[in-house]
Design a protein. Structure first.
Length: 149
């Protein structure tokens, strides 16, 4: 039998510095890879005095109106106009991408208080197409809000 005073036991030191270094790196990695906030829409508006009502307008009857554009592919845009506090779609249609500016001008004439649009895109849409649609929307409306589908 080995007793405590024999000196036959193995003495070792546990180096905690390397373990603490590893845990610090793991915690930093977990904090960077986690998402604490998930954005549903991001306002990309340039500071314009009239852009206070970014994507809603008030019609004569007092209902708020929201215009949402969804880029489906390079040639089609889903157009949705929602009215009222419930946000029910009052107008849904598909618009040709090349006719977007003309359709936005018609919408601006129809809803004079509308100051912006919500723009969303399918994940497969190239970034350049999204930026081109945003630029076209800004020709007519001062505020463009990026949303998710």
């Amino acid at each position: 039998m080995i007793s405590a005073g024999d000196g036959g036991g193995q003495d070792f030191e546990l180096n905690l510095a390397s373990i603490i270094d590893c845990l610090t790196v793991i915690i930093a990695f977990l904090l960077m890879s986690s998402s604490f906030v998930s954005f549903g829409a991001m306002d990309t508006a340039v500071s314009v005095p009239s852009a206070s009502a970014a994507s809603t307008a008030t019609k004569d009857d007092g209902k708020s109106v929201t215009l949402t554009l969804k880029l489906m592919d390079e040639e089609k845009v889903d157009w949705e106009v929602s009215a009222g506090s419930g946000g029910r779609a009052t107008e849904k249609r598909t618009v040709a991408r090349k006719e977007l500016v003309k359709e936005l001008e018609v919408a601006k004439a129809r809803y004079p208080g509308l100051q912006g649009v919500v723009l969303a895109a399918q994940p497969r849409i190239p970034y350049q197409q999204l930026i081109a649609a945003m630029d076209d929307s800004r020709r007519v409306f001062p505020a463009v809000i990026l949303g998710v589908q």
